[in-house]
Structure formats: C-alpha cells, structure tokens
Design a protein around this ligand. Structure first.
Ligand code: GLC
Ligand code: CA
Length: 539
C-alpha cells in the first residue's frame, strides 16, 4: 500500500474510468462495477494512484449518466451501493484512491425534485429549485430568452402549463437554481454521503456554469459579453467555499477537482484559491496542437497561473468528451490538432500514436498531477465509423450529426481475444458491447500488449513506475533547457531531464546520460522525431 499523504492530489497519476465502457462483469454488454472490481489488479499494475469514476448513479442515461436521478443510488446497470462500497475498500487496500463525479449544474428530468416541480404550479417553491419562466410573445409561445443548449438547439423546453424551463445541456437535464439554499444544502449533503463512504475526492462537473444571472438576459454568442450570463459568475466561488469547508471537515481532507473550461487563465485560477477547489483540469494543454512553441507557451502560462494561487497544475490529453489524442495528433494538418472534437477524414494513425506516446511522457514529467483516460494506455484511436443507428450521444443527435459527438472515444475497451467483445464481456455473453468495437482492436488489446515490451501499455507502466519512484517528478519546480527548434527540454531536480522532439529531424542526446524511458526504441546517440526520452543526468 502506498503511503497516504494528505496532499496526494498535488502529484498523483489519476486514471479515469468511464464505467459503461471499462469492463462488463455480467455480460449485458454494458460496463459495471463488477467489471471494475475484476480489473483492479490491472490498474494497480499500471501504476496509477487514484481512479476517477464518471457518474455511476441512478440515471435514465439521456447523457450517459451525467443526468442523475439520485446521487445516493447506483444505477442497476452498474451494480449496487453495497458493491460501490466494496469497490472503494478494495481499491484502498491496493493503495488506490477514489474520486467520484458530482454534477451540480443539473439533474435528470426524472429526479424527484423535477417531477415535483412539474406537478407544482408556476411560482411554487418546487419550481424555484429550477429555472422556470413564462415565455415571450403574445401567448408565451417564445422561449424566455435566446440562450442555446451546449448540445444544440434552444436551451429552453416548454411544459404543458405553458411555462419554460432552462437546460444548458439536453432537455432531460434541467438546470438547478443555485440561489436556492435547498440546492446548496442538498449538494453538501451528497458530498458528505460519499466522503463518509471513504471517497477521497470529487470531480466537479461543469463547475463554472452553476450560477446564472437571475435576470436571464439575452446575449449575443458572437459578441461574448463580459460578464457572461452563466459562465464564470462570481457567485460560483461561494458554492465551492461551502464545499471546501465540507471537504476540510474530515480528518484526512478530501480533494475537489473542477471541470473548469475557461479561456482566461487568471479567471480559471480564482477557482483554485486556498479555500475553494484543490485543482482543475487544464484544457488549454489538451487543446494545444503538436507544436513545440505552442506547447511551451501553454505550459508556461499554466504554471504561472497556478503559481499565483499556489495550486498544483494538472495535465490531461484525453477524456470522455473529446476525440482521442492518437487521432487528434494523426491529423494531416497539425494546426487542427487543437480541434478537440471533429470528424477526422484523413488520419495517420501510426504517426498519431507515435506522437501520443511522446506526449504521454511529456505529461507525466510535467509538474503536478496527470490524468490518464481509460484506453489511452493502450494507444486507442477514436472510432470514427460507428453507424448512425448505434450512436448514443445526444450531441450527435441534437446537431443532426454535424458534430460527431463523443461515442468514438467511449467504445468499450479491448481486453483480450481476437474478436468482439475482446474480453470486455465475459466469454459466451449473449449481448454484444453497447458500442461496436473495430476489428483492428485485436492488435491493441491489453493481453496482446502485455507481452510486447514495446507496447504503449508497457511504456505507460514503465513511465508510471519511474514517476512514482522519482522524487523530483510530480509536484515541484521545472527548468527549461536550451534546445534546438522544435524540441522541448527541461529538468526536474538535479538529475532528471525530459527531452521531447516534436520536429522530424533527429537531435543528438548527451553522451553521458542514462536513458530511463523513451517513447520509441533508441540508440544512445540521438533522439528521432516525434519521440520523447527521460534521462538521468549528472549535473
Ligand atoms: C461535462 C461532462 C460531459 C457532460 C456535461 C453535462 O462536460 O464531462 O460528459 O455531458 O458535463 O453534464
Ligand atoms: Ca454489465
């Protein structure tokens, strides 16, 4: 068991499990907690320190579980609360911490609060938990304002008595009114519910969107007015101060990790002040193209913004919302690698994987915590050719397929074997996986990669082992070294150097350095293009 320090979130390697697609224990084609429990050994051997679970709560799955009916119950497709409790303690026995996802912006339209609100009259206390308003126009036939849903279409839906309710995401995800004290009290209680069950941290979904300007003003998307009527309102900070007090009330304080998509890094850093969230995902890095100057600028800006509030940086390349980075980095025009979700007509998967492996070593060497999205350690690409009738993501359906949505990064993992379900479901399962798995994935399964010393899986295992053993990695300072154009080089501590060659020209390596890990097989003399290396250097 790893030592339990209270500041693990400052340095940990954290693995994101998307429960629906990780491993299926009962053979219904949907991942579940039994599947996760059977694979804890794999995660321990990988060398991660914490697991973040995307939502596992009771849900009608209108947005893959980000539409929660009851935060205190596990969806029967995933298992039971007793199983979740067992999973938490089994993970702890293996030295793995647990982070669960809490979604404060909205609930499911099947949540008891929302069904009560629908049954209640306009102006009732039940409706005040949400954003119900009369419409505009002579008979209220127009939505209260022009806001658009992030998933496409208007952000308002009309109910039979003529009022409208706000949903920044799908209509099945009504937005909560955080000005109502019952909402605050309920969420603080949900945090306690999970902390009391041993959960070590909470990932806060859409953290910068909870508070709304109560006058619900119209605004022009193109002009991006400041202040925005629902992104990054100052009232959000008050919510997270309350949450921090709950987290800090435990003998071993629990961590809060925000999903904060904001272009302004100074505004982003405000969420990480010492009485608010502990850390937040760094999406500027995720969205950056495969370009040395651009990456260096993002890294410097990230470190400076975090230093201003003494918070640790985080590094993340993929998650359940964006095109997998093997595919992003394999696009013909690297400048478009920044487009985090788009169709990828011409992809050089080998090049993308080569760069993804190099990027993995970069992220694991940078100061702070690192997130690994399930399947990233297998070098999985985005699955592009999912038939329309198998696609599930509301983004795909609500945009009429203009946005490919997120199914392509959510395809069930290949564990073993030569055909579907590749060990995702048990042998002989009657139902196939909820999304189809590509034929080429036989080569990418965990079992295939386990025995190949050069596989992406073994690269991640080696790198995570070095990272865990190396005191200068994780939290702490870094220093840039002079390097050739297209090359990033930096030291951590006295003896550790990371060199990333993003160009196509090989560069010489220092003759006396010991190679700890490299993203491609190396000779001692030079570092080829699109390759990273970790070196032990003596000063
Ligand atoms: C976050 C989640 C995403 C979800 C959305 C609405 O962005 O990561 O998957 O659809 O919030 O809850
Ligand atoms: Ca299952």
């Amino acid at each position: 068991m790893t030592p339990r320090t209270t500041d693990w979130w400052r340095h940990a390697a954290i693995y994101q499990v998307y429960p629906r697609s990780f491993a299926d224990g009962n053979g219904d084609g949907i991942g579940d907690l039994a599947g996760v429990r059977s694979r804890l050994g794999y995660l321990q051997q990988l060398g991660i320190e914490a697991i973040w679970f995307s939502p596992w709560y009771l849900t009608p799955m209108a947005d893959a579980g980000y539409d929660v009916t009851d935060f205190r119950r596990i969806d029967p497709r995933f298992g039971t609360l007793a199983e979740a409790e067992k999973l938490i303690s089994e993970a702890h026995e293996r030295g793995l911490r647990i982070i669960v996802d809490v979604v404060p912006n909205h609930v499911s339209d099947e949540h008891a609060w929302f069904t009560a609100a629908l049954d209640a009259a306009p102006g009732s206390p039940e409706r005040d938990l949400f954003w119900f308003r009369d419409g505009r126009g002579d008979s209220g036939e127009l939505p209260p304002n022009e806001w658009q849903s992030i998933f496409g279409g208007p952000a308002w839906t009309r109910v039979p008595d003529g009022q409208w309710y706000l949903h920044l995401f799908a209509p099945q995800q009504p937005d909560l009114n955080w000005r109502n004290p019952l909402v605050r009290a309920e969420y603080e209680d949900i945090l306690r519910f999970w902390f009391d069950r041993g959960v070590d941290g909470i990932r806060v979904d859409s953290a910068a969107m909870c508070s709304k300007d109560p006058t619900l003003p119209d605004y022009d998307h193109a002009l991006s007015p400041n202040p925005h009527p629902y992104v990054d309102l100052d009232d959000n900070h008050d919510i997270y101060r309350g949450w921090r007090a709950v987290a800090d009330s435990y003998p071993e304080p629990r961590a809060l990790i925000g999903e904060v998509w904001l272009a302004d890094s100074a505004r982003f850093a405000r969420y990480l002040r010492n009485d608010e969230l502990h850390s937040a995902f760094n999406f500027d890095f995720l969205g950056c193209s495969w370009d040395a100057d651009a990456l260096r600028a993002v890294i410097d800006q990230t470190l400076a913004a975090h230093a201003s509030v003494s918070a640790p940086s985080t590094w993340v390349l993929s998650n359940h919302d964006v095109t997998r980075h093997v595919t992003r980095y394999g696009r013909p025009d690297t400048s478009t690698a920044a487009g985090i979700r788009q169709y990828n007509p011409v992809v050089n998967e080998d090049l993308g994987r080569r760069r993804a492996r190099a990027a993995g070593l970069l992220t694991m060497a940078l100061p702070g915590a690192v997130y690994i999205y399930q399947g990233e350690e297998l070098g999985l690409p985005e699955v592009e050719d999912i038939p329309a009738d198998r696609r599930d993501d509301p983004i795909y359906h609500r945009t009429g397929g203009k946005d490919p949505g997120r199914d392509g990064c959510r395809v069930p993992l290949p564990w073993s074997g030569t055909s579907e379900p590749y060990g995702f479901s048990p042998e002989g399962a009657a139902t196939s996986p909820w999304l189809p798995q590509p034929a080429a994935w036989a080569q990418l399964s965990a079992a295939t990669q386990n025995t190949d010393p050069h596989s992406t899986l073994n690269l991640y295992r080696r790198a995570l082992a070095v990272r865990a053993a190396e005191p200068s990695l994780g939290d702490g300072p870094m220093r840039w070294l002079d390097s050739a154009p297209g090359v990033l080089a930096f030291t951590r501590g006295q003896e550790f150097t990371c060199v990333v060659n993003l160009s196509t020209t090989p560069v010489p390596l220092p003759g006396d350095a010991q190679i700890l890990v490299s993203s491609q097989p190396l000779n001692q003399a030079e570092l080829p293009g699109d390759t990273s290396v970790w070196l032990r250097t003596t000063a």
